[in-house]
Each structure stands twice: as C-alpha cells, then as structure tokens.
Design a protein around this ligand. Structure first.
Ligand code: ZN
Length: 268
C-alpha cells in the first residue's frame, strides 16, 4: 500500500457506518479519487473541516489494490467553501461539485480541471475586504456568482476540447461579428449564415449574450463587466450545451434556474 500526498477539492461525501465517510476527491496529481475516511464525522475528527463539501485540501491517500477503496488518513484544510447565507453561491457550489464529478473519471489526472475547481471555490468564498459585519461579508452578489459559474463552465469545456466557437464560425471559420448569431448546440458554437442552413438544434443568440459569453471566457472578467442583462440567456445556453455534452441534465441545474432569475431590467 503506497501513500501519496495530493491536493484535492471535495466533490462528494457520503456516510459510511456510524462516523466514517466515503469521499470523492478531485485531486491535482491523481485525478478523481474515492476513498474511505475513517471517523471523518466524529465530533472531534482529526480531519476537521478538510473533508467538508468543496473544501480545498491536502490529503494523504493510501492506494489499495484494485477493487478496494483507497484510504484517506490525513487531510489539511487549505481553503473552505464558505459562502454564508448566499443561496446563489450555495446553489452554484453544489452544481459545480456535481459538474466536476460528471466530467472527470477516476485516476485520470487533469491538473487544469483541479485548478478551475479550486479557483471557483476561492472566488465563490471570497470575503469582501473592508466589510466587517457578518451579514455583509456573507452576502455575495448573485450576478458575480453567475459570472463565476459561467466562467468555470467555459473553462471546463475548454479542457474537454468542447469550447464553443464564439468569434468565428464553428464550421468554416468565417468571422461572426457582433450581430445576432446562430448557435449550433451540436455543431460546436457560432455558425455563419451559410453554415447554419439545415442544421438541427440551432438557437439564436442576442448580441449582448454573445458579448457576455466572450467576456466570461477570458480572465479578469469581474473587473471588465458592468452589463450582465443577458445572463439569463447565457445561463440557458450553458445548460443546453452541457446537457447535450453529458447526455443528461445535472440534478442541481434545476436549482440554478430557480436561483438565478430570468433577465430583467437593470435597476441601477
Ligand atoms: Zn460558416
């Protein structure tokens, strides 16, 4: 039995016996790992909060022969998923845990996917400097949560080689411009007028939604975005893209639809 220290994000933890847990980890070094953490849910567990859902942690994994569960013997918390009473952030976190679980397989290391997951946990739990009251620090702007979510989803699609064409036609490479654009859910993104003919599963994407998608695909989006009116439309596009890719709809995506309101007039 060999021991390996890995960095991980906790994607799932289910009870095992009275106080133990079977924990699904997205690790940087070893891909997805499922392991038994004995006594994880004892009142004074040595794991403390390190194996809570969406904790970013360092874990000591004892690999066992095929057929039996790996053993998790030590875990140190690096960063906790701490979003207070922000319901959008909770929904986004649960959704991302399910999504990362769905797009990864055991023992196939994809460091970039781990980095995306860890970065999403950090962004969603980001404390607001200068605000001291507990109520303020725990309240995350739903718009920011929605941006973090789409940014992370686009990053996942990039890593899977499924990034949608946003600037040039997915079929012929012609520039798409900034006008209303046909978006082929099965053809890999934007389509020029010529290529869209005869295609199935094509939706029409508004100029603001296209601009928002382009923005969220890059880094540093939070600083550059002031207009998120098209977020409802973008959310619907992401839901369709991902459910086509997975072949089913994530359970937690229904939560997102109820949590993030449809597009409405800007009030500021
Ligand atoms: Zn084309």
């Amino acid at each position: 039995m060999t021991a390996e220290k890995v960095r991980a994000v906790v994607l799932r933890a289910i009870p095992f016996g009275e106080t133990s847990a079977i924990v699904t980890l997205l690790t940087r070094e070893a891909g997805k790992v499922r392991g038994l953490a004995k006594g994880a849910w004892r009142p004074k567990s040595k794991f403390d909060a390190a194996l809570d859902l969406l904790s970013v942690c360092q874990v000591l994994v004892h690999r066992r022969s095929s057929g039996s569960l790996d053993l998790l013997t030590e875990a140190f918390l690096e960063h906790r998923f701490r979003v207070g009473d922000s319901q959008p952030a909770v929904a986004a976190g649960l959704y991302l845990a399910e999504l990362f679980d769905a797009v990864t397989v055991d023992a196939d290391p994809q460091p970039a996917l781990f980095d995306l997951a860890a970065s999403a946990v950090r962004m969603l739990s980001r404390p607001r400097p200068g605000q001291s009251s507990a109520a303020e620090t725990s309240r995350l702007d739903p718009q920011t949560v929605a941006m973090v979510l789409v940014h992370t989803e686009l990053g996942i699609l990039q890593q899977l080689g499924q990034f949608p064409a946003l600037h040039s036609c997915a079929e012929c490479g012609a520039s798409l411009g900034d006008a209303r654009t046909a978006f082929g859910m099965l053809s890999g993104g934007g389509l020029c007028q010529r290529c869209r003919r005869g295609k199935r599963a094509v939706v029409s994407v508004s100029p603001p939604a296209l601009a928002l998608l382009r923005n969220l695909a890059g880094n540093g989006f939070a600083q550059t975005l002031s207009n998120c009116d098209a977020m409802g439309e973008v959310r619907a596009i992401m839901n369709t893209l991902l459910s086509n890719l997975l072949g089913y709809r994530l359970k937690t995506s229904r939560w997102l639809s109820t949590t993030f309101a449809p597009p409405r007039e800007k009030t500021r």
